[in-house]
Design a protein. Structure first.
Length: 364
């Protein structure tokens, strides 16, 4: 989506121009509250010390100083896992201190200018794991798109890749699925916002013309000139042939080859595990489970990871009794007749709206 939109003559979309900006803002928020978390931007599962609204309100008052910007650029220069627009590193002195959202706008404008598209009607960036910031950006007139993908293919890509996918050491599958459910929760909660849409990856690659037309309509742009993409292939921001960033193979065209790859890649027990943990969200989004193993203590406690887990996690993260019971309780909350209290609903599902819609889906 990022590469396609950047090829639209009215749009400039930078590739992860400033991921550290989001880490920095969330670190400031956690420090203000005296909280320590595994990552500043986390899954939010079981979070009882703050809500999304608390964080959104904090961002309204967050002003970044010159020293903050110095730290930001120093950390960007050292961050090798996800800073894909290094051109902006040359322009620290062009950036001015100010409210968080203004600094973000400046970074996008600098990236667009550096990429030769500073006069574009719409300027933006693609970042990952930043759903928590979307409500703040929507309140300031931004538009936002969240891409969701079949969780089984997500795990296939993350943990069963045939080449380096640049996502770092293996994180517990349970943790990755909680991040996926977080994306779905935000997509549900923001679905009525006029400046927000969610798009399934599978629809994008299978029905590209209609999906991208929907996106350009949403952005208030003319429809996309697909004849140019078909003639030239997908291009990078520098105009070169894009090779893709698949965990399995290069491709500079829109391809459906990654859809359903999990069938050939994931062991049956992993498919059962993924589907048991995400079944309700899958059904709500139109993904069809291929197994019917129920979520229970035995399935959760007996799961084996595909590799040693990342050093930030306990080796038994996924099978620890506390994590197992948290997932069992989450399922009970979906199935019980009486709705859970709002505070528990937010702690387990991030938004009450997400909890309500998922409860309704269980009863279909």
């Amino acid at each position: 989506m990022e590469k396609l939109l950047h090829q639209h003559r009215q749009v400039s979309v930078a590739s992860q121009p400033a991921p550290v900006l989001y880490f920095l803002a969330k670190e400031r928020f956690l420090a203000r509250r005296g909280l320590v978390r595994r990552y500043p931007i986390d899954s939010l599962v079981g979070e009882t010390q703050y809500t999304v609204d608390d964080f959104t309100n904090y961002l309204e008052g967050l002003t970044l100083t010159d020293s903050d910007l110095d730290e930001l650029f120093s950390r960007l220069a050292d961050y090798r896992m996800g800073q894909w627009t290094p051109e902006i590193l040359e322009h620290r002195r062009s950036l001015h201190p100010g409210p968080f959202v203004d600094v973000q706008k400046q970074i996008h404008a600098l990236a667009a200018a550096r990429l030769g598209q500073g006069g574009s009607a719409l300027i933006g960036g693609k970042e990952i794991l930043c759903e928590e910031f979307v409500p703040h950006f929507l309140a300031h007139g931004h538009r936002a798109i969240i891409i969701v993908r079949d969780p089984r293919d997500v795990i296939a890509s993350l943990d069963y890749a045939t080449r380096d996918n640049l996502t770092g050491n293996h994180r517990p599958t349970l943790y990755s699925l909680r991040l996926w459910r977080k994306s779905v929760a935000f997509s549900i909660a923001l679905s009525q916002e006029p400046r927000f849409i969610s798009v399934r990856f599978e629809d994008l690659v299978r029905q590209t013309q209609s999906v991208v037309n929907r996106v350009t309509d949403f952005l208030g742009l003319e429809h996309f000139p697909f004849n140019e993409v078909e003639r030239l292939g997908i291009r990078t921001q520098s105009g070169d042939q894009w090779r893709g960033n698949s965990s399995f193979e290069d491709s500079n065209v829109i391809s459906t080859s990654a859809v359903g790859r999990f069938v050939d890649v994931l062991p049956r027990l992993v498919v059962e595990y993924v589907e048991a943990l995400t079944r309700t969200e899958m059904l709500l989004l139109g993904y069809k489970p291929v197994t019917d193993r129920p979520l229970n203590d035995q399935l959760l406690a007996s799961f084996q990871e595909s590799a040693a887990v990342h050093e930030r996690f306990e080796s038994d993260y996924a099978t620890h009794p506390e994590q197992v019971q948290q997932e069992i309780r989450r399922l009970e909350m979906l199935e019980q007749i009486t709705p859970a209290a709002p505070t528990e609903a937010r702690a387990m599902f991030i938004f009450e709206q997400a909890y309500e819609q998922l409860r309704a889906a269980v009863r279909l």
